[in-house]
Design a protein around this ligand. Structure first.
Ligand code: FE2
Length: 258
């Protein structure tokens, strides 16, 4: 599995505090089936999490060097989880913030309590500049809860959707779990990521995740969500469309009647 949303760089946000803790997180992820990760430390303008592209790139390189010995065959690429701000285009152009692995894909988070009035405008402007916004864990936003119309509109306007493993497992409550499951079944999810911040017992591994996804959305979509689409990001290629699991069943029934 390729994890496109993960906080594993030390001393930069609310992830690991030391290099040793970073290595432990990498070791845990590898033992649970993840072999490539895009490091996405928070970038929040005006907060203590206002890091910068140069330091994220530097720490990523340092960690990769240590991992060659300590956690071989595990690779980290630089990125950020950017908190939505009206200045986002200028920040990209001034090399203040990073896209995912230097590609056109950018991971964007919003407040969990409201929907900013300029969110859709920013998503649109990013695309005018050639970037593809990936909305990080919208299922956790209390205002969006169960607003499938909004998610459908965002996707039809070119935004991609990433949900969290923990949301699917019910860590944020039954409503978020239900919302995540329906989003997946409706084909409204392009990526699932761990959003790991520390060594955790909660992430059981890709085996368990695949099993749950297989039952919900079938083999083809599972493969797209956890492997194919993340690898498309790394290659800066277009992601695969997700076919709604509900539509697929209907199509199969129709086919069998024929
Ligand atoms: Fe995150």
């Amino acid at each position: 599995m390729i994890d496109i949303h993960c906080h594993l760089l030390w001393g930069i946000d609310d992830g690991p505090k030391t290099l040793d803790e970073s290595v432990q997180v990498c070791s845990m992820l590898k033992s649970r089936g993840v072999n490539r990760v895009i490091a996405t430390p928070h970038y929040i303008v005006g907060s203590t999490y206002q890091t910068n592209a140069a330091s994220v790139t530097h720490i990523t390189q340092q960690l990769n060097e240590v991992l060659l010995q300590k956690v071989p065959e595990f690779e980290i690429m630089p990125g950020m989880e950017v908190f939505i701000t009206p200045d986002i285009i200028d920040l990209i152009k001034s090399n203040e913030i990073l896209t995912l692995n230097g590609t056109r894909y950018i991971l964007i988070e919003t407040s969990l309590n409201n929907i900013s009035t300029y969110m859709e405008d920013i998503f649109y402007k990013l695309q005018l500049e050639g970037y593809i916004p990936i909305f990080a864990h919208p299922e956790r936003n209390r205002k969006i809860n169960m607003d499938f119309k909004l998610i459908e509109r965002l996707i039809s306007n070119g935004v991609l959707i990433q949900v969290n493993y923990d949301s699917l497992m019910g860590r944020y409550g039954k409503d978020v779990k239900k919302f995540t499951e329906i989003l997946l079944k409706k084909g409204l999810v392009h990526f699932i990521a761990t959003d790991t911040h520390c060594v955790s017992e909660r992430f059981k591994g890709t085996g368990e995740l695949s099993k749950i996804l297989l039952e919900l959305i079938g083999n083809e979509n599972t493969e797209k969500i956890i492997n194919i689409n993340p690898s498309r990001i790394l290659e800066n290629r277009e992601v695969e469309k997700i076919i709604p699991a509900i539509e697929k069943k209907f199509f199969l029934k129709k086919l069998l009647k024929l």
